[in-house]
Design a protein around this ligand. Sequence first.
Ligand code: ADP
Ligand code: NI
Length: 219
Amino acid sequence: MPLADAESLSRAEAFVRARCAHDSGGHDFHHLRRVCALALRLAKPLGADPFVTAMAAWLHDVADPKLNADPQAGRRALEGFLDGCGLSAERRARIEEVVERVSFGKELDGDARPKSPELMAVQDADRLDAIGALGIARAFAYGGSKGQSMHDPDLPPRRDLDHGSYRTGKSTSVNHFHEKLLTLKGRLNSEAARAVAEERHRFMEAFLERFLTEWEGNG
Ligand code: ADP
Ligand code: NI
């Protein structure tokens, strides 16, 4: 028996709230709540379906390999959840496609397939939550949770990263700004997201300048 859309959405919210209750690395429930709200804001001008957008936003991190000690288990949990919603094959496939392709790391491999409006909305929302004041907080929270240094002047940012080298290899949270976060403004799908990114981007640049000033004991 298929569930009503509102019921599927409230189950998705409860499902992810329980799954990430113990996250201290910036991928907590509130990240999902913000991505969902932002994605719905961006969905309108893109003509994206609000149900597919919101479901994919809630579920986008469930099977993320960096958040699952066993990536197969993450994938099975996602599939089990979707089985319980009784969605049509077509809607389910649209949600799964967004979840599958939303990641920044995967796009580094040069995936040039066209994107659905729902993928554009969720991807932009996820990227906007990685920049600005919240993006700064999340980068240091994530770095700390992985035992990574905040900053190391002897370790320069890496260039020309692909998916493999982006995830592996030693870096720092300050380097993550140069390796990823400062590039996100130029990688957004929609005009509305680019408008939101402007101030968030400037805030990160000002933060980094100030960080390096204080790092030297100045300021
Ligand atoms: P995606 O899932 O799109 O590939 P990431 O895996 O980069 O995105 O994870 C999203 C967020 O996790 C980043 O925006 C950042 O806040 C944090 N993050 C990921 N890798 C790092 C890192 N090496 N240092 C600091 N923060 C990181
Ligand atoms: Ni995310």
